[in-house]
Design a protein around this ligand. Structure first.
Ligand code: SF4
Ligand code: SF4
Length: 456
């Protein structure tokens, strides 16, 4: 039997656990106890026979039992694409793999259990890196549109600091980084940031309008990126550019999508449905299908990070939003959108904490300020003055934020709301922006929750 770890598998081992994922969009897996030990041995290049001998020497178990467990695990990992197993090793695999999974050695990411463990362990698994606040479009709904430009090009983290920062994030447990902006493609050193993250075993998602990249860049980036979310606001230049305010931006975004397709880049078209472009929903859905990409529709327009209600002027009317939800529910925009219109089914009357922000998620502003989440603008540290590890584990403001969250639950309005069990929209960041209080109801989200309720 010969096993090896494929290049597209990313992993971290922390406090006796190993977390695994694939570079392309995929779930997370968790290995515990002996399974984690076996994984670490395989990652060091050991083969099953060596591992069996080593485990037999340390545990009071028969070689047959240990061999079966090692085989079960390697088979299960092989089935998930997490391990390259030579064909002659696969005899008896199906039963063995089932045993390994049932035993809880491998859990899939969507399970709240893995994310719950990461949250409890305070592993900064997922982060946002806002590379710049500069943008080459002027979208009418942008949540940064009233930003007075006080984070200019000269305030942005240098490439040198970004490189050390990414290394610090990786060693603290980060496995997934969403790079956003502004328009991140504007930074001349963008490619090197992606390369650095990928080389530290971090899966990289990109949020972009696609207009600042060359065809060669797209080709070079394709193997390094997990997924690209591309903003598109209409099916033709008129509807799209009425939102972006930039002539030629539709053609540039479409060109990017074409290059992404050629380079086999995983892309999702991000369409924000608003008052003046929601008539484009069907046409954009057809376009996404024609180019073979997934699409996602955002219907909640939120105030700017500074709390201005300006973007709300362009949100859909109640009648438009209701029609959108009803059409989506009957499947007009595909099964994923239909599922998104179903009510949540929360069993808990309240949650231990509202969300991952600051517990397994973080966001870095272009000037180094750290937020618990890109949508929760409370300063909890600064990576210009401290290392990432210090910020995450010891920054007094970060510790204070976590204390605030743990102690504030009794004040939280959402669990007392009649829609609580069904509502998927609660967000302390939105509450903070809209009301100045993490625990109050965020009106922009409650509006859409009310529309969804009519659909249910
Ligand atoms: S609920 Fe809001 S604050 Fe929490 S992680 Fe999601 S977007 Fe961020
Ligand atoms: S976000 Fe609004 S509608 Fe949803 S649970 Fe909270 S208060 Fe209720």
């Amino acid at each position: 039997m010969h096993v090896s770890v494929p290049d597209n598998v990313l992993w971290r081992c922390l406090s006796g656990l190993c977390i695994l994922t694939l570079r392309k969009p995929a779930g997370y897996y968790l290995l515990e106890d002996t399974a984690a030990e076996i994984w670490q041995a395989i990652a060091k290049g050991q083969q099953p026979d060596d591992i069996v001998a080593s485990l037999c020497g340390r545990y009071d178990a028969s070689p047959d039992t240990v061999r079966r467990d090692v085989n079960d695990l390697t088979e299960a990992l092989g089935e998930q694409g997490l391990l390259a197993v030579q064909p002659e090793c696969s005899k008896g695999s199906v039963e063995g793999a089932g045993h390994a999974r049932q035993s809880g050695a491998i859990l899939e990411r969507e399970s709240a259990e893995i994310m719950g463990i990461m949250t409890k362990m305070l592993v900064p698994l997922q982060g946002f890196l806002e590379l710049t606040r500069r943008c080459n479009e002027k979208c009418v709904h942008c949540y940064l549109q009233d930003d007075p430009g006080d984070i200019g090009e000269g305030d942005e983290l240098t490439l040198q600091r970004l490189k050390t920062l990414i290394a610090e994030m990786a060693s603290a447990g980060c496995m997934e980084l969403s790079i956003s902006g502004g328009e991140p493609g504007i930074r001349a050193d963008f490619d090197q940031v992606v390369y650095t993250a990928a080389s530290h075993g971090i899966k990289v998602n990109l949020y972009t309008n696609g207009t600042a990249f060359s065809k060669q860049q797209v080709r070079d980036m394709a193997p390094l990126l997990s997924e690209v979310k591309v903003s598109l606001y209409g099916s033709d230049w008129r509807s799209h550019e009425a939102v972006t305010g930039v002539p030629g931006s539709f053609a540039a975004t479409m060109r990017f999508l074409e290059w992404a397709k050629e380079a086999s880049l995983e892309a999702t078209i991000q369409f924000i449905a608003m008052r003046d472009n929601c008539s484009e929903l069907e046409a954009v859905f057809r376009l996404a299908n024609a180019v073979g990409f997934r699409w996602h529709v955002g219907a909640v327009i939120e105030p700017t990070l500074r709390g201005s209600l300006l973007p709300l002027k362009v949100r859909m009317s109640d009648a438009q939003a209701l029609k959108f939800c009803q059409d989506a529910k009957r499947g007009a925009y595909g099964p994923e959108m239909a599922a998104g219109c179903r009510p949540d089914d929360k069993q808990e009357t309240t949650l231990a904490i509202p969300c991952a922000a600051g517990f397994r998620m973080f966001s870095i502003r272009p000037d180094g300020v750290v937020y618990p989440c890109v949508r929760l603008p409370q300063e909890v540290g600064n990576v210009l003055t401290d290392s990432f590890e210090t910020t995450w584990t010891r920054s007094p403001r970060m510790l204070d934020y976590r204390r605030q969250i743990r102690q504030g639950i009794p004040r939280w309005e959402c669990p007392r709301c009649q829609l609580w069990r069904q509502c998927p929209l609660y967000c302390p960041g939105a509450a903070l922006i809209e009301t100045g209080d993490l625990w109050k109801a965020p009106a922009s989200r409650c509006w859409f929750a009310g529309i969804l309720k009519e659909t249910w």
